[in-house]
Design a protein around this ligand. Structure first.
Ligand code: CMX
Length: 139
């Protein structure tokens, strides 16, 4: 598997409206995109930090992954997403190495990326996402 960089860091927040001013007014970052991902039951806000992004995640449904996470653990670091050239090939590789997959095939995430998650129980406790930008995919 070829990982090129950390694509984004996902942070669960109770409210984007409350969290965005911290990132803009205290850290001096600029929110360049707010997007709802219906499938994931979240509303997201993105900030660029060099080649990496911060993704704030607000739940839109208490039964979704972020809703359950906030209920159990409160706000905080939720996942790390790595940019990979080919997510399906990477999934096949890590699965063959015994890693538990949440997604057996990539699906559409925020910003048009193809994404897939690996279960935190087999990634040293960190929910791990692999993403591929279809517009930059090298074939
Ligand atoms: N990081 C680390 N561990 C986590 C975790 C996280 N973000 N979320 C849950 N866990 C742990 C729990 O603490 C729990 O551990 P214990 O058994 O030791 O208590 C275990 O995983 C099971 O957790 P759970 O609360 O019972 O939750 P679920 O099994 O219902 O779901 C998970 C956990 C990770 C499988 C689920 O959240 C998932 O499928 N996530 C992938 C999708 C996702 O996160 N979407 C939101 C972001 C979308 C986006 O970025 O656009």
């Amino acid at each position: 598997m070829e990982i090129t960089h950390i694509e984004h860091i996902g942070i669960a927040v109770k409210s984007l409206e409350t969290a965005i001013p911290f990132y803009e007014n205290v850290l001096g970052l600029k929110c360049y995109n707010v997007e709802e991902v219906v499938d994931q039951k979240v509303k997201t806000a993105f900030f660029k930090v060099g080649q990496t992004k911060i993704e704030l995640l607000e739940s839109t449904d208490p039964e979704g992954a972020i809703g359950k996470f906030i209920e159990k653990k409160g706000e905080g670091l939720h996942h790390i997403a790595y940019a990979a050239n080919d997510v399906q090939t990477s999934l096949n590789e890590v699965s063959a190495k015994g890693v538990q997959l949440i997604d057996k095939a990539p699906r559409k995430g925020a910003e048009g990326l193809n994404i897939a998650f690996l279960h935190p129980k087999s990634t040293c406790g960190v929910l791990t996402e692999l993403c591929e930008d279809p517009s930059k995919k090298q074939v």
